[in-house]
Write a protein that binds this ligand. Structure first.
Ligand code: CP
Ligand code: NVA
Length: 304
């Protein structure tokens, strides 16, 4: 059966932990595991890290990538997602999709005969969460003993981070203004994963108490791709900015994470982003290593 990675729950906790472990061990791998394989990358939104890290990762494993901007496809002229998926399955060995609607990625995967990877939708960013777990595990060997606090907008990154932490047993607090909280379905999903792993999931709105005892303090942009900027949302989110004073309430050795791109002075103060507790660039680099393992797991012959 073809496996896809459309959301965190598509991998079992053991599979996630094993990918994380292998990603740490195989960082420098240059091999031919994906020789003669071609990964399609269909993007409807901009990307720096996701596009570049998948491209570099596939090359390091001996394969090829085909980048396709969604607006250059026949999709815009009425060809269905399902027909597109069936046709591309005949040429490609896997597809990464970055688009707006999660439903569209699910539709594509339901008709695809090759693995489909979610490279970000409005609802989820599972590749980010997978590599974030790797980054956290480099700092704290037992993820089940860590406390992660996400501050800001309850967006796609928050949803996948919440699910990733809940899956492997890390305690996760998502702290947002009440009307920017992650959707209820996402909280229920994380709670279901936490019931199995023994993790704790909480959703709160007070940043000052949320960060107490945090090992990791995480944020993301206040305006995601496709969202209109507005001053009311900015005003609401102002108390959730990670600055020196807020960070001082976390553990003294707490690490600061951000999926990037960042807006210094908005969701994160410049001195925090560039300060000694920030691990954002190691975090970005780990996208490459985690995704190489994901690609081998989903695409390479004889892997599973
Ligand atoms: N973090 C992340 O997915 O970055 P890009 O939008 O640059 O791919
Ligand atoms: N929440 C952000 C993440 C970018 C990687 C967005 O969707 O734009």
């Amino acid at each position: 059966m073809v496996r896809h990675f459309l959301k965190i729950a598509d991998l079992s906790p053991d599979e996630i932990l094993s990918l994380v472990k292998n990603a740490r061990a195989n960082k420098g791998e240059l091999s031919t595991r994906l020789a003669h394989k071609c990964l399609g990358m269909i993007f409807a939104k901009p990307s720096t890290r996701t596009r570049a890290s998948f491209t570099a990762g596939v090359y390091q494993l001996g394969g090829h990538v085909m980048f396709i901007s969604e607006r250059e496809m026949q999709l815009g002229r009425g060809e269905t997602i399902e027909d597109t998926a069936r046709v591309l399955s005949g040429y490609l060995d896997g597809v990464v999709i970055r688009t707006y609607r999660q439903d569209d990625v699910e539709k594509f995967a339901s008709a695809a005969e090759v693995p489909v990877i979610n490279g970000l939708t409005d609802e989820r960013h599972p590749c980010q969460a997978l590599s974030d777990l790797m980054t956290m595990s480099e700092q704290a060997d037992d993820l089940a003993k860590t406390k992660v606090v996400y501050l800001g907008d309850g967006n796609n990154v928050a949803v996948s981070l919440m699910n990733g932490c809940a899956s492997v047993g890390a305690a996760i607090t998502v702290c947002t203004p009440e009307d920017l909280a992650p959707p209820q379905w996402a909280v229920r999903e994380a709670e279901a994963l936490a019931a199995v792993s023994g993790s704790r999931v909480s959703v709160t709105s007070d940043p000052q108490t949320a960060v107490e005892g945090a090992d990791f303090v995480y944020t993301d942009v206040w305006f995601s791709m496709g969202q209109q900027k507005n001053s009311e949302k900015r005003r609401q989110l102002d108390p959730y900015r990670i600055d020196g004073a807020l960070l001082a309430k976390a553990r003294p050795d707490a690490k600061v994470m951000h999926c990037l791109p960042a807006h210094r002075g908005e969701e994160i103060a410049a001195e925090v982003m560039d300060g000694p507790q920030s691990i954002v660039f190691a975090q970005a680099e780990n996208r490459l290593y985690a995704q190489k393992e994901l690609l081998k797991f989903l695409l390479a012959d004889g892997q599973r």
